[in-house]
Write a protein that binds this ligand. Structure first.
Ligand SMILES: [Zn+2]
Length: 332
């Protein structure tokens, strides 16, 4: 059995699941679905659940887990399912990969029932890959269902987006979800709230296996260093590049600037962080902070464009720039 397979929607997916049920019951299942939501909202799990339900011989609200189809699905060997999430670890969504998926949809039927392709990270499709897919989206092949997922809806090519039915996943920390997360990840209420704040509302990203406590404390150290702007504290931060990639550290930095320039909600869930936030930006830096935001954003763009750079040196330069922005004003 596939241990990752979830046979029912997550708590925060239930409304969306009910809406999906209405589509199924009124025979309005589309040929293409686009599931979007932040990382940790269970997009792939929902895609698999929809696929399992569509393939199940029992045609109930939830897959029966007993029919031949469900058993094949659970074993990861259903001949009517083409799941690109496995291929994605080793390959990009190249034109060849997309063509193979389309060929799968056109190949001979083994069973009755639909053929399903799961295509995650739809935002990474190149123009050529998207073109290969467009024809299938425009002229669906028989009984087929394409389920695309993305954490970056804005980056999915409009030609793709406009041809898919959209499902948006979002979560709110209700008392029920709070209890669920405490049980699921063996965390206290305050730990859940702290991690919820950290993950910006992505329920599965609060998992201590995914985000260890050390990551939270490193994020806090960065904030403390930036807030106090003491040379010793800033210099101590250089070692962060040994543990995290530069892109992540720059995003953390930008988040700290947002936190320190407020207004921010939900910080009281994390007392140590709240204390740093209350300190605010050093006075001299307040007027100069946008210079820093520019530098950080330029670096992100360069990293996204694929520029190779020495992370340790770049990060050191940023720390130095932060220090200087503060010092210069102090001296004047
Ligand atoms: Zn079944």
């Amino acid at each position: 059995m596939n241990p990752d397979m979830l046979w029912q929607p997550y708590l925060w997916q239930q409304v969306v699941w009910q809406q999906w049920q209405q589509r199924v019951q009124t025979n309005r299942v589309p040929h293409a679905l686009l599931i979007s939501g932040m990382p940790g909202t269970g997009k792939l799990a929902l895609a698999k659940l929809i696929a399992a339900q569509q393939l199940c011989e029992q045609q109930r609200e939830l897959p029966c887990q007993q029919c031949k189809s469900c058993l094949l699905f659970a074993a990861g060997s259903h001949p009517h399912l083409y799941d690109l999430s496995q291929a994605l670890e080793t390959h990009k969504l190249s034109v060849e990969v997309i063509r193979e998926a389309i060929q799968f949809l056109t190949s001979t039927q083994v069973f009755s029932g639909p053929k399903i392709v799961i295509l995650p990270e739809a935002d990474t499709l190149s123009q050529a890959s998207a073109n290969a897919l467009l024809k299938t989206l425009e002229e669906p092949l028989g009984q087929s269902l394409l389920i695309l997922t993305t954490a970056e809806l804005g980056r999915v090519l409009p030609t793709i987006r406009s041809r898919c039915q959209s499902i948006r996943l979002e979560a709110t920390l209700t008392p029920a979800l709070l209890t669920w997360l405490q049980t699921r990840f063996a965390l206290t209420e305050s730990q859940v709230k702290q991690r919820w704040f950290w993950s910006e509302g992505s329920p599965l990203r609060i998992d201590p296996d995914a985000i260890p406590d050390t990551m939270l404390s490193d994020f806090l150290s960065l904030g403390q260093g930036l807030q106090t702007c003491s040379p010793a504290a800033l210099w101590a931060l250089r070692s962060l590049t040994e543990k995290y990639n530069l892109n992540m550290l720059v995003l953390w930095w930008l988040r700290w600037i947002r936190l320190l320039t407020g207004p921010v909600v939900g910080v009281d869930a994390w007392p140590e962080l709240h204390a740093v936030v209350l300190g605010g930006l050093p006075k001299a830096l307040r007027a100069e902070v946008f210079t820093m935001v520019d530098s950080l954003q330029q670096l992100i763009h360069a990293l996204m464009a694929g520029y190779q750079m020495n992370a340790a040196l770049q990060f050191e330069a940023l720390l130095y720039q932060w220090l200087m922005l503060n010092e210069v004003k102090v001296c004047v």
